[in-house]
Ligand binder design. Structure first.
Ligand SMILES: NC(=O)c1ccc[n+]([C@@H]2O[C@H](COP(=O)([O-])OP(=O)(O)OC[C@H]3O[C@@H](n4cnc5c(N)ncnc54)[C@H](O)[C@@H]3O)[C@@H](O)[C@H]2O)c1
Length: 309
């Protein structure tokens, strides 16, 4: 059996496959195009590589049975097409949520405490910057969340520890926690000091935060560790320019890698973190093992625990 791995993953999953006698093909170490390599693969493990219907059709002519997403956002995989073609799609929900929630809390604190500004001033000899400092305390501020799934819930817990008020837009869940207020999107936008996004990228969430929504905010800090396409980047840059958005940490952008002429790169107080929120020591091992174990399960005819098709 042959399993193709498109992008670098932690060795632990690769070892698991090899111990089971699988021949592992590391695409990222070769110049081979995906469309060629997939012809030989029984299974494929992907991170952000686009798995289109066409790619899967080529795989299906060979022997492709399973596509494993190393992660949770499956917007890079045509899951509908996989279903039609009878190819299983598995993914790894939950295992990155601590990493992304901690990242989000870090981003909130980073924006509130202006580390970068002070550091650059001190290096220029301007120690007196301290007399103009005005750090924000999180206690008593409102943290808004869009999406209250694995990650959103954990962010709420962490922000609650700091004494923040919590307000959430997620019409698909019934929130049990009494300290978390559930509201419509416009209310969350208007009432939040910090807004963090934790929904999947779907037809419904594409540009969920657009010009109309950004008109409602005033001095909002935004953290987007979900998917770039959820924010309309043109409207976002205008909102930063007008001060409606006071700062942001964007882990994800609509185009990845971000083009060097993207105006976001010139937006003040916007930090870009190269889609690293979920890449942490423990999460990487867990994801790699869970993705590869499910590939083995499908190839052995067993039922994997997290399957979308
Ligand atoms: N940056 C990273 O490294 C990284 C890592 C992991 C996940 N992610 C992204 O974070 C997203 C969330 O992850 P999760 O594990 O919390 O997912 P999840 O499926 O557990 O939760 C998603 C939540 O979004 C809600 N939702 C769906 N559509 C919505 C809509 N239109 N409006 C409002 N709420 C909606 C759902 O009800 C659900 O509660 C993933 O889809 C993925 O794209 C990014």
């Amino acid at each position: 059996m042959q399993v193709l791995i498109t992008e670098r993953i932690h060795e632990s999953g690769i070892d698991l496959l090899r111990r089971d006698g699988v021949n592992v093909d590391l695409l990222y170490k070769t110049d081979q195009p995906l469309a060629d390599a997939i012809r030989e693969a029984d299974g494929i493990v992907v991170r952000l590589a686009k798995i289109t219907e066409n790619i899967m059709r080529i795989g299906k002519i060979g022997k492709l049975k399973v596509v494993a997403k190393h992660g949770i956002g499956v917007d890079n995989i045509d899951v509908e097409a996989a279903r039609r073609l009878g190819i299983r799609v598995v993914y790894t929900p939950g295992v990155m949520s601590d990493a992304v929630a901690e990242f989000t809390l870090g981003a909130i604190l980073f924006l509130a405490k202006s580390f970068v500004k002070y550091d650059s001033e001190v290096r220029k000899g301007n120690w007196g910057i301290r007399y103009y400092a005005n750090n924000l305390e999180i206690k008593g501020k409102t943290v808004g969340l869009i999406g209250y799934g694995h990650i959103g819930k954990k962010v709420a817990k962490l922000a609650n520890c700091l004494g923040a008020h919590l307000i959430v837009y997620d019409p698909y869940v019934q929130i049990q926690e009494t300290h978390v207020k559930q509201a419509d999107l416009n209310t969350v936008l208007k009432d939040s000091d910090f807004l963090s996004i934790h929904v999947p990228l779907t037809k419904d969430t594409y540009h969920l935060i657009g010009r109309k929504e950004l008109e409602l905010v005033d001095g909002l800090y935004i953290i987007n560790s979900a998917r770039g396409g959820i924010i309309d980047e043109v409207a976002f840059c205008e909102a930063v320019e007008k001060g409606k958005v006071a700062g942001a940490v964007l882990d994800t952008t609509e185009q990845e890698p971000i083009a060097l002429d993207n105006p976001i790169l010139h937006s003040e107080n916007v930090i870009l973190t190269a889609h690293t929120a979920g890449i942490a020591d423990v999460a990487q091992v867990d994801e790699s093992i869970l993705a590869c174990r499910q590939v083995l399960q499908v190839l052995k005819g067993e039922e994997p625990p997290y399957s979308l098709a």
